[in-house]
Design a protein around this ligand. Sequence first.
Ligand SMILES: C[S@@+](CC[C@H](N)C(=O)[O-])C[C@H]1O[C@@H](n2cnc3c(N)ncnc32)[C@H](O)[C@@H]1O
Length: 195
Amino acid sequence: MGFWSVLTYAHKLAEQRIKPGETVIDATAGTGADTLALTRMVGPKGNVYSFDIQQEALERTRSRLIEADVPADQVQLLLLSHDQLQEALPIASHGRIGAVLFNLGYLPGGDPTVITQPDSTIRALDQAFDLLRPGGLLCVTVYPGHPGGELEAAKVDDWFSQLRPEAGQAISYRMLNRRSAPYVLAAEKKHITQK
Ligand SMILES: C[S@@+](CC[C@H](N)C(=O)[O-])C[C@H]1O[C@@H](n2cnc3c(N)ncnc32)[C@H](O)[C@@H]1O
């Protein structure tokens, strides 16, 4: 039968925490699988902000949403880097975001040299955690197996390891006997918000 895939695991974590009607973020739109799943979790009264630096990714995401009959005004597709999360989100939503999902690496079927970069990913994680409401979820699917992926994975591991327990719980979901396989790191924010 096998264990849950990283995608299934990330979605389980998200659906357990996201409340209908709230605002959530897909920090790496890619092909739109996470964005679509998030629209279902927040329901018709909720909002999804979806970021990618590639127009191709946003178009693929848009097509997926249209095929699934998601109302266009439910998702904001933003051609921005995720280290611009704070400035892109309305101030009123800061501290009220239910979940931020990241899926690192490159666009499947796209240009494999356009990949998430360690420094901007870390800046984005800082911003994402600040944006969460208490009880909100930060979830990152990490790909250590492609060129550059291992370095980014090490930095993201450090970020989660250094999260103060007073600020949140941090966990991992990883295959221990296949170290190059993708894995999930996640944090749930506590009421004390200092990192
Ligand atoms: C593995 S894909 C995401 C997969 C996606 N979640 C899905 O469901 O298909 C990674 C995406 O991150 C995007 N990306 C790379 N650097 C980025 C950045 N700084 N900000 C936002 N997106 C970025 C890439 O363009 C790519 O589309």
